[in-house]
Design a protein around this ligand. Structure first.
Ligand SMILES: Nc1ncnc2c1ncn2[C@@H]1O[C@H](COP(=O)(O)OP(=O)(O)O)[C@@H](O)[C@H]1O
Ligand SMILES: [Mg+2]
Length: 266
């Protein structure tokens, strides 16, 4: 099946200005490639600092001003330009950012969810209800929400528009187990209905509970892409780094790698 999202050789670097004319470039994402197929959940798994959030922001052209991005991002086979990303976000494209600070502090939840369109009110109410938030939530300002509620509001607002591609950046921390399960279940449901889901997490176990395909990133690079099913075979995933991540999972006895990470990546 044709991928709905293709990211090829993505890199992101930051310009740092020092004294005088001194300028240094700090490279944060070096070579990230992945595809997301419609009807599937693809997980991006990587340690903290490996460039996962930058990947999400780069796809949507939401990088900070001093960031420079290179590489290819195709949505439905066409370059996802800044204009196209802006036009489609909130409709076909949904981003669930990692930080809840992305909520507008000056706007009530209800208005934020319908983006001012009264015609959307019923759909927004339904989206809130799906995540266990009553209609009363609509009248609240973000500061009146608990962390877990704010997170569910972000998720509800992202998926209210029946998106075709959902990029969810670590969406479940701060949620209790029931709420997290509901969120993951809903992502899977959106995939079953035909959407492509890119699920970003540092938690391999969580990734395997929902994804069909796992993309492993390290230090701004894609090091492996494998099917979730390969973790269920007796020999486990074939890439040494992925296998080390897998062996370190609780049910596999937290076995630490026998050598340095660099050696596993080579
Ligand atoms: N605005 C920024 N300026 C400079 N470096 C940044 C900026 N944002 C992120 N980075 C660096 O890029 C790397 C990847 O960040 P990030 O994508 O947030 O990682 P992850 O989401 O995988 O934890 C980190 O080492 C971080 O320090
Ligand atoms: Mg992150």
């Amino acid at each position: 099946m044709e991928p709905i999202l293709i990211v090829e050789h993505l890199s992101v670097s930051f310009l740092r200005y020092g004294r005088g004319l001194a300028r240094t470039e700090l490279s944060a994402v070096r070579d990230l490639s992945l595809t997301v197929e419609p009807g599937q959940v693809t997980a991006v798994v990587g340690a903290s600092g490996s460039g996962k959030s930058l990947l999400a922001h780069a796809i949507f052209h939401l990088l900070p001003r001093n960031a420079r991005m290179a590489g290819t991002v195709l949505y439905n086979g066409q370059p996802l330009t800044e204009g196209r990303a802006r036009a489609l976000r909130g409709r076909e494209l949904a981003l669930i950012p990692q930080g809840v600070t992305y909520l507008d502090p000056m706007m009530r939840v209800g208005a934020q969810l319908c983006q001012g369109r009264q015609s959307e009110a019923a759909r927004c109410r339904e989206a809130l209800g799906r995540y266990g938030l009553g209609a009363k939530t609509e009248d609240l300002y973000p500061f009146e929400l608990s962390g877990g509620m704010a997170r569910r509001v972000l998720i509800a607002s992202a998926v209210a528009g029946n998106p075709k591609l959902i990029v969810a950046d670590e969406p479940t921390p701060g949620l209790d187990v029931r709420a997290a399960r509901r969120v993951l279940g809903h992502f899977r449901e959106l995939a079953v209905q035909g959407a492509g889901v890119l699920f970003i997490t540092h938690d391999l176990e969580l990734a395997l509970s929902i994804a069909g395909k796992v993309v492993v990133v390290w230090n701004g690079r894609t090091v492996d892409e494998c099917l979730a099913g390969s973790f269920q075979t007796p020999e486990g995933p074939s890439h040494p780094y992925t296998r080390a991540l897998w062996r370190a999972m609780p049910q596999n006895g937290f076995e630490p790698p026998s050598c340095g990470i660099e050696e596993l990546i080579m």
